[in-house]
Design a protein around this ligand. Structure first.
Ligand code: GCO
Ligand code: MG
Length: 400
């Protein structure tokens, strides 16, 4: 079998997605997500100009060899653009292999290690009362784990709280946000205290700091949150400096989750091998596809680190479908983030994974069980959009 076509499809059913579709001479197709929020066209060009010509004529069965060819063979390694492009190819090849074998991809990865994939949902509110109502909505829908974010009094446009936060995070809608670490640190423990008091000890609670603190500030927050038994505190500091996590670890037992912006095993190596984190949040699309993600999770398993893959709505249903096959099969699964896509997006990406009672279940169809409706996709042309920029109250640029 040979690859005869590699199509890069950019579509905007509410937000932008980049998808790679591989076509073989046997008429089989495979899909992979290549979406890099706010930088979509960079990956589309990388795939279209530099990768698609290499793929045409290749044997789709050679997944590992193709991965190495695109990684080692590029000389310029790693980085979000390259690794998202490699991810799309890798994901599409696994999809094809499943279709050739007549098996869902999780069977090719070793079969089920569990009955379903436990997910966490997003609860948010401008006020704490609104957030409590939103947590109740998720609990009623069966969720066992909930991430809680609220606006910070005195700041407008807090991360994770915009009106469309549940469906779309937020490229283009809020070009600039304002941040104050003292206001945030004063507010957030009281929010988690109220949620824990209202919902009891069993609901798993998470909170995302979105890379905004320094290690000593994060250490203090982790300690302040200890009474509320968080499942994880996410991205407490920018993770370019893994050594910084030693300082956080010295002061708090609140578990840490990091890695949604990581692209390779090298980005998380030190955090994992020094046991500085508890969950690694790398995703199929941004960390080199199913092949490389499994390598990361295997390393993590040696060090008692579990998976907690990124799953915001800027990762397409193709990525979510692929994530579920990985999640179901690995031994050290932790949690999977789940933000349902809009009906518009779901229509462009027909899929057969399903949610029930706090769990997602991947498709039993051969391959990944997801596709892109190219005709419908063409009706939603690309719309330029950028992620917000964050500034302190005095105007200094700060991590968003
Ligand atoms: C999360 C992430 C997202 C990112 C978004 C960026 O935990 O889900 O932090 O909210 O901000 O995916 O594109
Ligand atoms: Mg996050």
């Amino acid at each position: 079998m040979r690859i005869v076509d590699a199509r890069v499809i950019v579509t905007c059913p509410g937000r932008n997605f980049v998808t790679l579709k591989l076509v073989t001479d046997a008429g089989l197709t495979g899909v992979g997500d290549a979406t890099l929020n706010g930088r979509e066209l960079a990956v589309a060009a990388y795939l279209g100009e530099h990768v698609a010509p290499v793929l045409r004529g290749r044997d789709p069965a050679r997944i590992e060899d193709t991965w190495q060819l695109l990684y080692q063979g590029a000389y310029w390694r790693r980085g979000p653009v390259t690794m998202s492009a490699i991810a799309a190819v890798d994901t599409a090849l696994w999809d094809l292999k499943g279709k050739v074998a007549g098996l869902p991809v999780y069977q090719l990865l070793g079969g089920r290690s569990r009955d379903g994939v436990t997910v966490y949902g997003h609860a948010a509110g401008e006020t704490v009362d609104e957030a409590l109502t939103d947590v109740a909505r998720l609990v009623d829908a069966g969720y066992r784990a909930v991430r809680v974010q609220t606006a910070v009094p005195g700041l407008s446009n807090t991360y994770g709280v915009s009106a469309d936060a549940r469906t779309y995070e937020p490229a283009g809608s809020v070009p600039e946000t304002t941040w104050s670490t003292p206001r945030y640190l004063t507010h957030v423990p009281s929010v988690l205290a109220k949620v824990r008091a209202e919902f009891g000890p069993e609901l798993r609670l998470l909170h995302d700091v979105h890379h905004r603190l320094t290690p000593i500030e994060a250490a203090g927050l982790g300690r302040a949150l200890e009474p509320y038994g968080l499942t994880w505190l996410e991205d407490p500091v920018p993770a370019e400096l893994p050594e910084g996590f030693r300082l956080i670890r010295r002061h708090t037992t609140t578990p840490l989750a990091v890695g949604e912006v990581f692209n390779s095993i090298w980005d998380c190596r030190q955090l994992i091998t020094e046991q500085l984190i508890d969950y690694v949040r790398t995703s199929v699309v941004h960390a080199g596809g199913i092949t490389h993600l499994r390598r990361i999770f295997d390393l993590a398993a040696l060090y008692h680190v579990r998976s907690g893959s990124h799953g915001a709505t800027d990762l397409s249903p193709v990525c979510l479908a692929a994530a579920l096959h990985v999640d179901l099969s690995i031994p050290n699964f932790g949690l999977q983030e789940y933000m349902p896509h809009t009906a518009e997006t779901d229509a462009v990406f027909p899929h057969t994974y399903s949610y029930a009672d706090g769990y997602l279940h991947p498709s039993e169809e051969p391959g990944l069980g997801v596709d892109i409706d190219e005709e419908l996709a063409a009706r939603y042309p690309y719309r330029p959009a950028a992620l917000p920029v964050n500034r302190l109250e005095d105007g200094t640029v700060h991590s968003w």
